[in-house]
Design a protein around this ligand. Structure first.
Ligand SMILES: [Zn+2]
Length: 278
């Protein structure tokens, strides 16, 4: 089975964009694209988990209703898209998770770290999620990239603890769903969405999904709201490298996702967990 997480955030939230946007220019536009995303999922009979940046619910609370009314799942992606390993974020996170609980009437049981920033420095988040009755996390990419990755981590879902991010711990209370990776030119690389979906030939992504399916291994996928609705991203001036990583071939994302939906089954994390428990 393939699990789909849509990181629902605004155009100014990505780490390589945020520092280049003045505060007064951070005006939300991504809520405008939600209907298009919901229609895409409906057309292909896909349920997804929306990992939402909480501050978007403060300005546009209808986002939550639309997601829930379409029987998708809502998950947590912090309140402002702060890296977990930012200085002094632990204390703020304790407040943020309560705030999100209020905004979503306790509906969230899943978490995704902004920029996959779950690592040794930020492993405290696992305990916070457990303390707040979360059931799963999907923030680990078992490959090394310049921005993130824990190459030694398991590739199949496992019970994670703050003391052991990489391997199954029998006493773990939180399930980790690591993101899909594949071998490419002898190296393990992410194949789970985002930049890699946009940049790699689709065949490589499809083969990665197939190889997990052949092993009966659950694959976890991610895509950003703004990648599916680039028409709502205003013109921004970024350094060339940031621009490349964030926006390269962005207009291909939608049709590539459609092609994956035509060939493979995807569902939300909670509907997968519910089926497991039946
Ligand atoms: Zn994000």
């Amino acid at each position: 089975m393939n699990l789909l997480g849509i990181d629902f955030e605004d155009w100014y939230h990505p780490q390589l964009v945020e520092p280049f946007v003045p505060e007064d220019k951070k005006i939300p536009t991504m809520f405008k694209g939600l209907d298009k995303i919901l229609e895409l999922l409906r057309k292909h009979d896909v349920k997804a988990t929306f990992f939402v940046v909480g501050e978007l619910l403060e300005s546009n609370p209808e986002i939550l209703d639309k997601i829930i009314d379409s029987e998708h799942e809502i998950g947590f992606h912090t309140m402002k898209h702060t890296r977990l390993d930012s200085p002094n974020f632990k204390e703020k996170f304790k407040d943020e998770i309560k705030e999100f609980e209020k905004l979503t009437s306790k509906k969230s049981i899943g978490f995704r770290a902004p920029t996959f920033s779950l690592n040794k420095k930020s492993s405290w988040v696992i305990d916070e999620l457990v303390n707040n009755n979360y059931r799963y996390d999907s923030s680990i990419i078992p490959a090394k990239t310049s921005l993130y990755g824990i190459p030694e981590a398991e590739k199949s879902p496992y019970k994670i603890t703050s003391k052991n991010l990489e391997k199954n711990s029998e006493n773990g209370k939180l399930i980790e769903f690591p993101l899909l990776v594949t071998k490419f030119l002898g190296k393990t690389i992410p194949a789970a969405g985002g930049f890699y979906l946009r940049t790699l030939p689709l065949k490589i992504i499809k083969n990665a999904i197939k190889s997990y399916e052949n092993k009966n291994r659950v694959s976890s996928f991610y895509i950003h709201s703004w990648e599916l609705t680039p028409e709502y991203i205003p013109k921004i001036k970024l350094p060339i490298k940031n621009n490349f990583i964030t926006f390269h071939k962005i207009k291909k994302t939608f049709s590539k996702m459609e092609s994956l939906f035509n060939q493979f089954e995807f569902t939300s994390f909670n509907s997968y967990l519910n089926k497991l428990n039946k």
